[in-house]
Design a protein around this ligand. Structure first.
Ligand code: ADP
Length: 582
């Protein structure tokens, strides 16, 4: 704008300045001595030079007298002395002056130019006068302001248009970028469903395609890690062994359900040291486990349950040898330990059970061979004991054989459909018979029967089942006082036949009750042995009943009596099922 203003001013000045040839003419006129003629000529020159010149021009001679003006209605000044100090200075100094002045009264700016007119005569230059030009600059400034206004308006329009265009263009850039940002944030959240819109094939379009590609890739790899994790999870969850994994500091990072149930802990073991979790912090250090990953037997048995675990440790090692953790596999070896224990116990029981009768047989035989055989009173007694003990040993061996056959499955059940009311009656009748036939029974007892009226047909092996009932009845008699009542019941439920045999005997202490079906278990060893018991009867009975698909259990109040229950599977039969198909 400054430049425009300067340019305009310059153009204006050039415009108002008299042409040099005009100045030359004026110079030669001022040099003439005939003032009147010269003035007329000056007037003509000024009029001819440029009628359109807006400036006020005065031609002043070296004496300061105004010799001509271009203003038609101000010709009166011609011949007067100038009062302008600038003109006087210029005449005096012989130098042209050019200045802009401001007239506060009329609020106008003027351009004033005082150009000296110099005549060269020979070597010297002589000032003959000046041309005084005064022009109102308002028009120039108005014009400049007008142009400035247009320029400002144009600039504003350009800026507004520019802004609109830049917004439109930047939106064209930012929208895909914004979409991509949103998509990447969704990917980060784990939502791979969206797709970025590809607007074109430029860099942004390529970037959008790359983001879409990335989304698919990330989803694929996420899915594959997920399925990998699920597979690992389900492997771990379905393992019967407990698994614990730790980081390299030995803090638990993975624990499967089995391990958690073994250790009776849940998520709270996460991040804890494996040594404390397994309770081996006093015996082992992490270094021990890392340097010699080995096997440890852990005993977690408490009052409620037996639990013995076998812990096997191995290292999670990278190819570089860097150890990144430890895996501990826990196996429940309680059962195995129990079986081992049982086997040892069984062998020791058998040897003990056999040693006692053998020792007594030997001592009696020794006594006999030492001469007692000659004693007619003692000899038969001693022989009787020897015979009883031998019988007991044979019974025991037979029982053991039966048990072992049943366990190994070589003892086949000869199942047939039996009317259990009749079978039970038949067996009890036998016991009634014994007491009737025996004139001097060791013990008397009476049997009460409470049987259902309905005939119950059950599939079972008659011989084996008779053995079971014999055994329970014998026990009821053995462990009852003289004259006791034995109550036998038979009834059916929806899908079971229940037989119960109650006595009024010693009963079984609560602590022994769970064990009476174990081999060689007797509540009172001496008493049982005296009664000729082997401690195997109930064990065999249980095996038989279970092989028939039933259950055998006992209830007892110590001192008041015991009740043994047998439950057998039962299906009410239609009449025609009773007959074998021919
Ligand atoms: P046993 O040959 O010693 O009788 P069993 O296996 O038949 O062996 O019984 C195991 C133990 O259960 C017996 O030694 C006895 O202590 C207890 N027992 C079994 N039946 C009864 C009962 N009716 N009353 C009291 N105790 C019983």
């Amino acid at each position: 704008m400054r430049q425009l203003e300067r340019q305009n001013l310059q153009t204006f000045k050039d415009q108002v300045q008299l042409q040099s040839y005009v100045q030359k003419s004026l110079t030669s006129e001022l040099a003439k001595s005939n003032i009147t003629l010269a003035n007329r000529r000056i007037k003509t020159i000024l009029n001819d030079s440029d009628n359109t010149n807006p400036a006020q021009i005065q031609v002043i001679d070296k004496k300061g007298t105004i010799r001509g003006t271009n203003q038609v209605n101000n010709q009166a000044v011609v011949g007067q002395k100038t009062t302008d100090n600038g003109v006087k200075n210029a005449l005096y100094n012989g130098k042209s002056i050019e200045k802009n002045t401001y007239d506060a009264a009329s609020n106008n700016r003027y351009y004033v130019s005082i150009t000296t007119l110099i005549r060269s005569t020979g070597n010297s230059n002589q000032v003959v006068g000046v041309v005084y030009t005064k022009a109102n600059l308002d028009q120039v400034y108005r014009q400049t302001n007008g142009v400035t206004g247009i320029y400002l308006f144009a600039s504003t329009v350009a800026i507004v248009l520019g802004l609109i265009i830049s917004i439109v263009i930047s939106r064209a850039f930012t929208r895909p970028i914004e979409e991509m940002k949103q998509q990447t944030m969704r990917i980060a959240r784990g939502d791979y469903s969206g797709q970025v819109h590809v607007y074109g094939n430029d860099e942004l379009g390529q970037l959008a395609s790359a983001v879409n590609n990335l989304s698919v890739r990330v989803e694929e790899s996420h899915e594959s890690t997920e399925s990998e994790r699920r597979r690992l999870d389900s492997v771990l969850a379905n393992m019967t062994d407990g698994v614990l994994a730790t980081d390299r500091r030995g803090n638990v990072i993975i624990i499967n359900d089995t391990a958690a149930s073994f250790l009776d802990t849940k998520d709270d073991v996460m991040g804890k040291s494996i040594l404390t979790v397994l309770g081996i912090q006093d015996d082992y250090t992490l270094r021990d486990l890392l340097e010699q990953p080995d096997e440890i037997i852990l005993d977690f048995s408490n009052d409620e349950q037996d639990l013995i675990l076998h812990a096997h440790f191995s290292l999670i090692q990278r190819e570089s040898g860097f150890i990144s953790g430890l895996v501990c596999v826990l196996r429940d070896i309680t059962e195995q330990q129990r079986i081992d224990q049982d086997r040892k116990q069984f062998v020791s029981n058998v040897s003990h059970e056999l040693r006692t009768p053998l020792t007594s047989v030997r001592s009696y035989i020794e006594a006999l061979s030492d001469g007692a055989w000659q004693d007619p009173k003692l000899a038969p007694k001693f022989l009787k004991v020897t015979q009883d003990e031998t019988d007991r040993m044979i019974r025991m061996i037979n029982d053991l054989l039966t048990l072992s056959r049943m366990e190994s499955g070589t003892q086949k059940m000869e199942s047939e459909l039996v009317n259990i009311n009749e079978l039970f009656n038949y067996i009890l009748n036998r016991f009634d018979m014994i007491i009737k036939k025996d004139d001097h029974p060791e013990k008397t007892y009476s049997i009460k029967r409470y049987f259902t009226k309905r005939d119950l047909w059950v599939e079972l092996d008659t011989d084996r089942f008779t053995q079971v009932l014999d055994n329970i009845m014998n026990n009821a008699i053995k462990y009852s006082p003289d004259g006791g009542v034995i109550t036998c019941r038979l009834y059916e439920t929806r899908n079971k036949v229940i037989l119960s045999i109650s006595d009024q005997g010693l009963g079984i202490p609560r602590k022994d009750l769970p064990h009476i079906f174990d081999r060689f278990y007797r509540v009172d060893k001496a008493r049982s042995r005296k009664q000729g018991g082997t401690g195997l009867g109930l064990a065999i009975s249980k095996e038989v009943v279970e092989a028939l698909g039933g259950q055998l259990w006992a209830e007892s109040i110590e001192g008041r009596g015991s009740t043994f229950y047998i439950a057998l599977p039962y299906e009410p039969l239609a009449e025609e099922d009773l007959w074998d198909e021919v």
